[in-house]
Design a protein around this ligand. Structure first.
Ligand code: AVJ
Length: 321
């Protein structure tokens, strides 16, 4: 009894129209120049990210997969959840290990994957409905920073937020997000948070500046998205990719640097910007954490940390609302 997945679209059907314009005006119109990372994940960007997760230098995916596999049964027992929500679910690849554990315990009723990439989400929803007969897949095309209040209600929930994606948020956004997440949950619900940990800058830089140049292509894709969606004329070839480790903020900072003075027109945002030679646009940050800091942030947001599993590189934290 395969159940047909339900897909609700909370983003503008023309996903880029509204908030991309605002983000571009605010981010590219001001200083320092920025573009929020969620615009990296159009269909091409989602595909490039998928390739990143298979690069030898990009350790987080396999580290997290191993932690999930090692602790999945414990997570099922500790949480007693019947509904698994996944924020920023992408292909839900690693989550299958968790779903397998819930499903073989006979405990799984519903899976709610949430992602901005509609095509990726639809494919994943169809595959999961196939793989787990009887499971209700209620997919949500949405932005996890905006739509927590609109997720399906009911059930005993575990909200998985994996891959270190929370590291994309700035510290004040992180506190707001965790607070909103706590507010959206009932007492006794759980969050499972995957976070990358602080480590040597050599390994971090290798992970974000891979030898095949996939990450460079992924970050540069932000310019192609603005070109396509807003009719801009970014010449991607005149930018170089500048990833660096910021030791004070303990985060990777991924930027594109204009290698020449240039004027860029962005008609869809009614904007024109002049970039100096050497001027940079920050496209993504990827914050790295320390276990004590993680515990403190979760506690401050109203969660009680049950378990923090780590291999020294990556951490998987189970916390209770
Ligand atoms: C999907 C946000 C977790 O920060 O490591 C990978 C994105 N960017 N390589 C990360 C990313 C460049 C990734 N997250």
């Amino acid at each position: 009894n395969r159940r047909e997945p339900v897909v609700s679209v909370l983003l503008d059907p023309d996903w880029a129209s509204g908030s991309l314009v605002d983000d571009v005006r605010r981010g590219l119109g001001g200083f320092p120049r920025t573009l929020p990372p969620k615009w990296l994940y159009d269909d091409r960007g989602s595909e490039l990210f998928d390739r990143i997760t298979r690069l030898p230098e990009y350790y987080p995916t396999e580290a997290e997969r191993a932690l999930i596999a090692a602790h999945a049964d414990e997570i099922v027992t500790l949480t007693g959840a019947d509904t698994v929500v996944e924020l920023g679910s992408g292909t839900s690849d690693k989550t299958r290990t968790l779903l397998d554990a819930f499903s073989s315990a006979g405990a799984l009723d519903r899976f709610v994957p949430v992602d901005v990439s509609e095509a990726t989400l639809r494919t994943a929803a169809a595959e999961l409905a196939e793989r787990y007969p009887g499971l209700l897949v209620e997919a949500v095309v949405g932005d996890f920073t905006l739509h927590l209040g609109h997720l399906p209600a009911g059930g005993r929930k575990i909200v998985a937020f994996l891959g270190g994606t929370i590291g994309n948020l700035y510290v004040e956004e992180r506190a707001a997000f965790l607070g909103a997440l706590a507010d959206s949950l009932a007492p006794g619900d759980f969050v499972l948070l995957g976070t990358d940990l602080v480590k040597s800058s050599d390994r971090l830089i290798a992970a974000y500046d891979d030898s095949q140049g996939v990450t460079r292509e992924f970050v540069t894709n932000a310019l192609h998205v603005v070109n396509r969606e807003l009719g801009a004329d970014f010449d991607a070839g005149s930018f170089s990719y500048v990833p660096f480790w910021d030791p004070h903020m303990e985060r990777m900072d991924l930027r594109l640097r204009s290698e020449m003075p240039q004027r860029v027109r962005i008609p869809g945002a009614d904007l024109q910007i002049d970039l100096a030679s050497g001027e940079e646009i920050r496209v993504e940050i990827s914050t790295k954490f320390r276990p004590d800091g993680l515990r403190a942030e979760l506690t401050a947001a109203g969660f009680a940390v049950d378990q923090l599993w780590s291999d020294g590189d990556f951490a998987l934290t189970l916390a209770r609302r």
